[in-house]
Design a protein around this ligand. Sequence first.
Ligand code: NAD
Length: 477
Amino acid sequence: MTIYQNLIAGEWTGAEAVENINPSDTKEVVGLYASGSAADTGNAIAAAKAAFPAWSRSGIWERHVILKKAGDEIMARKDELGALLAREEGKTLPEAIGETIRASQIFEFFAGEALRLAGEVVPSVRPNIGVEITREPLGVIGIITPWNFPIAIPAWKIAPALCYGNTIVFKPAELVPGCSWAIVDILNRAGLPKGVLNLVMGKGSIVGQTMLDSPDLAGITFTGSVGTGKRVAVSSIEHNRKIQLEMGGKNPMVVLDDADLSVAVEAAANSAFFSTGQRCTASSRLIVTEGIHDRFVAAMTEKLKTLNVDHALKTGTHIGPVVDERQLKTDTDYIEIGKKEGAKLAFGGELISRDTPGFYLQPTLFTEATNQMRISREEIFGPVASVIRVKDYEEALAVANDTPFGLSSGIATTSLKHATHFKRNAEAGMVMVNLPTAGVDFHVPFGGRKGSSYGSREQGKYAAEFFTTVKTAYTLA
Ligand code: NAD
């Protein structure tokens, strides 16, 4: 089998490899992917450092052309790359193709942003002096990504990093190297100079840790768990390094008595169970007022009966497998914890077998949960959600905000008054009204508050905050 290698200083390299396994069919090896060493990582950092002076001064048209070319190729290959994504991560083929299209759109967007770079010229408060404010690239950026969005998250970090003139050392999650390799190959062929984008696949404890320990990374943009995010933060203080952290969530979805029941059920089912609940923006706390509670639970249970859990590539699959055995164990452990805590298992909770050996788990719904239970406080990151019954809107809002996290927050209501109040008072970076808590646009800011995020927003023009540093120049006329 071919080994998909790391890209360091413009050369494909690496003989050590690990198998990329399909969670829908654990007999299938998606490919063999290089597993980099600390020395490989050091070489990648050195290459990115050496490439920075020239790339940081490259013309905006050159950056535009490369980013546009990459976006076009990803779009042209959306079905093939979507299938690769579905095979390595386990989300359904339509979801995987949708994510691939989004990655293409992100490259298109930042191809445009490269041509819209601008600064400010302002008068000085002193006579005969002019002031210019410009944005400059940061330097070498470390990019560390999780497994759950294997093409979109790398795209929304790599595209702005290049657009604003930075060089990159990119370390994708061990479980999903395939889409990352494909993006890097596309950008490399699109004409990036050697060393501008370096790919080091491999272990977090080796490749990731070497990045954290390096004084040569000017910034690290990280998406992943709270625990790893904290390591990134602590190591970065020592190196005076800029960081952007996107971490976990325990996103609430409030359903009020006046909600349109079918809108609420569609939004809640999508939020909690699509992509196998493995989205940082997934909703795992369904906070429902008492007047609609029983009707909502009955309709949700009926909805869950219609969702097929099966092989990600099979037509008609709504929910693919859990990503791997470890995550499956986390999910089933939390299901046991929920039962012991006294929540009522209203649907699911069982492993299922299908034609191929995979990590198949029924969508699982608890009722009679309280917001103090561990299943309501800790991120599970699987197809497991709980219904929390509340008296009225005021209690719903208080429960929604009573969490250490603050990524996304949703409400189903037909009341303009409550929707408006919720948009203003939800303690989250993103608020959804009559929509799932997951599912966002690529051209506007993405990110959260409290324990979910640290640093400036990702995506849209707000991405410039992280990927550039501001210079103020004074000139005597
Ligand atoms: P993780 O923290 O285990 O891994 C994330 C990345 O960090 C991987 O590439 C991993 O190899 C690397 N890593 C591990 N140890 C490291 C170390 N010592 N030094 C440097 N890097 C290291 O997270 P995961 O399990 O891949 O992803 C799931 C988590 O990601 C969930 O908590 C989820 O909520 C979060 N997530 C958040 C967002 C968001 O935007 N807020 C989006 C997607 C996923």
